[in-house]
Structures are given as structure tokens and as C-alpha cells.
Design a protein around this ligand. Structure first.
Ligand SMILES: [Mg+2]
Length: 197
């Protein structure tokens, strides 16, 4: 019995933080998990930048509300969900994800929560567990599923390695070169084919 685990940003929707950086003009927010492999280092850096610029959760939510899924992502997800169960495993936060989930039909999403002060300033974040993507895949395998996983970044590699089959979707060149064991897909049509193979 098969189940698919998908990364969210870079696979189904654009990078949230890059959009926030562009809309606010804060270039320091352009870095993502594609650039900095250590998620905690990246998040601590982002929170410092938000504080410095006085950017609050509602400001970020306004940017996200105007974002759209990647072209073709909704059709891809609908087709995949018609064939198999799908769980989105993301390092984003429920506070960010909602407007995007609405546009792709509210698939099951495992992610994290932000800590927000009354003022709306983001003071921290709570990971449900460390290395959540990998643990979710291992848990699903223990439940008897054959897991196929797809992602684009450093924070997906443990998920891809622990799955029965891992697939890269539009990864940066450095990841593509270093992890040749994973097939690389560049379109949602190709990804669908690989996941259902
Ligand atoms: Mg990603």
C-alpha cells in the first residue's frame, strides 16, 4: 500500500519567505533552506530580521494571501490524490499556510507553529518535533505504507532518504550534483509519473 509525502514550498507553492522579501524589499529575507542547510540557524536569522524591521505576523499573512500556487500544482495534486493518499510535510507554519491550503483544496498538512506576541511580532517558533519530515516518513512505513516522497531542498533530504523512493523536484544544482541517487523531475507531469511509477 502506497502513500506520497510532498514538500510544500518549491513543489506546490512558491517560497513564502522569498515573496515576503520581495514585497517588503527586505533582501535579508531572501535566504531559504535552499541556501542554508540548518533550519534552526535560518529561522533564528529570519526572526532577528523581522524584529529589526518591525514586521509582524499580519504583515506577512497579507503577503501570503496574495500568493498563488505554482502553475499546474493544483491539477497535479488533484490527480495524485485521486490515485493515492497524500500528506504534505512542510517546515512552514500553520499560521502561514492557510491561504495557500485553501487554494489547493486543503490537503493533509503536517507543519509547525509560530509563537506570536500580542503585538503580532513573531517571537519564536515551535517545531512539533525535530526532524519532523523524516520521522513522519518512518512512522508511515511502520504503519505498513510504501512511502514515496518528493522535495526540492536540503530540508527534504532526510525525508527522501528514509522513503522507499525519493524524488527531487527542481532542486538547486548543488543538491542535484551531490545526491545523484534521487531522480530529478522538472515538471509536475514528470513528478506525477515518478510518484506513481
Ligand atoms: Mg521546499
Amino acid at each position: 500500500m502506497m502513500i506520497c509525502c510532498l514538500d510544500l514550498e518549491g513543489v506546490l507553492v512558491p517560497e513564502v519567505w522569498i515573496n515576503v522579501a520581495r514585497k517588503t524589499g527586505i533582501k535579508d529575507l531572501l535566504l531559504t533552506t535552499r541556501d542554508i542547510p540548518d533550519y534552526n540557524v535560518l529561522m533564528r536569522y529570519r526572526l532577528k530580521i523581522l524584529k529589526k524591521h518591525g514586521l509582524r505576523l499580519p504583515d506577512i499573512q497579507r503577503v501570503i494571501a496574495r500568493m498563488r500556487p505554482l502553475p499546474g500544482a493544483k491539477t497535479f495534486l488533484n490527480r495524485l490524490r485521486a490515485r493515492t493518499q497524500v500528506i504534505i510535510l512542510s517546515d512552514t507554519f500553520y499560521e502561514f499556510a492557510d491561504p495557500l491550503m485553501r487554494q489547493i483544496g486543503y490537503p493533509t498538512l503536517f507543519c509547525n507553529r509560530l509563537k506570536v506576541a500580542k503585538s503580532g511580532l513573531i517571537t519564536g517558533y515551535k517545531l512539533r518535533q525535530s526532524n519532523g519530515k523524516e520521522k513522519a516518513v518512518r512512522g508511515l512505513r511502520k504503519l505498513g505504507f510504501e512511502v514515496r516522497a518528493a522535495g526540492d531542498s536540503y530540508n527534504d533530504l532526510t525525508m527522501l532518504k528514509s522513503a522507499n523512493r525519493g524524488i527531487l523536484f527542481n532542486p538547486p544544482a548543488a543538491i542535484r550534483r551531490k545526491y545523484k541517487r534521487f531522480p530529478v523531475t522538472r515538471t509536475h507531469a514528470a513528478l506525477l509519473k515518478q510518484l506513481l511509477k
